[in-house]
Write a new protein. Structure first.
Length: 179
């Protein structure tokens, strides 16, 4: 049975490779925005955006393929402090690489699972940070809330929303109501 796109077609090798890598990232990748305590910063925390794909060391060549295809990122041990974890991670944190390389890659090669919703939120956060939105109190709080809505709605996070931005302000009615 013939195919309009035979596997040996050199004109479509890159397209198939990108589709494969996108599917791999759909299963083994994460788009996350972490919070790191930084008392030296204005709001006491830093937002850290990251695209990561993890794999066992024995199959780490796929991570090199991500690095070559995207032209950015680093490969490093996933959990350097855990002797029993020998897995590796391909990690992209540099905002310029996320904007210029990672996000366009996933626009060309869309995710098919529900992970695409995390990617959409991730993109909003990265682009908002690119424009400096995280430097205002309102923008910072908005991005923290959006980040906490990703990857399991914050249930795996070290810091809760209120840890990062403080407790919610009481409403005007609550403030004026005598005790």
């Amino acid at each position: 049975m013939g195919s309009e796109n035979p596997s040996g077609d050199p004109d479509n090798q890159q397209g198939r490779l990108e589709a494969y890598l996108s599917g791999f990232a759909d299963g083994e990748g994460t788009f996350s925005v972490g919070m790191s305590r930084r008392p030296d910063l204005r709001f006491g925390f830093q937002l850290v955006h990251e695209f990561r794909v993890s794999q066992n060391r024995e199959r780490g060549s796929i991570l090199s393929l991500f690095q070559r295809t995207l032209g950015c990122g680093r490969i490093r041990p996933n959990h350097a402090g855990r002797v029993s974890d020998r897995s590796l991670g391909f990690v992209v944190r540099r905002r310029r690489d996320l904007v210029d390389r990672v996000l366009p890659f996933f626009h060309r090669n869309p995710l098919l699972s529900e992970k695409r919703f995390d990617l959409e939120r991730f993109e909003v956060i990265v682009r908002a940070m690119e424009s400096g939105r995280h430097r205002t109190r309102e923008g910072f709080e908005e991005l923290v809330r959006l980040a906490h809505s990703m990857n399991g709605a914050g249930r795996y996070r070290r810091w809760s929303v209120s840890d990062v931005i403080g407790p919610p302000e009481p409403s005007e009615t609550t403030r004026r109501t005598p005790l």
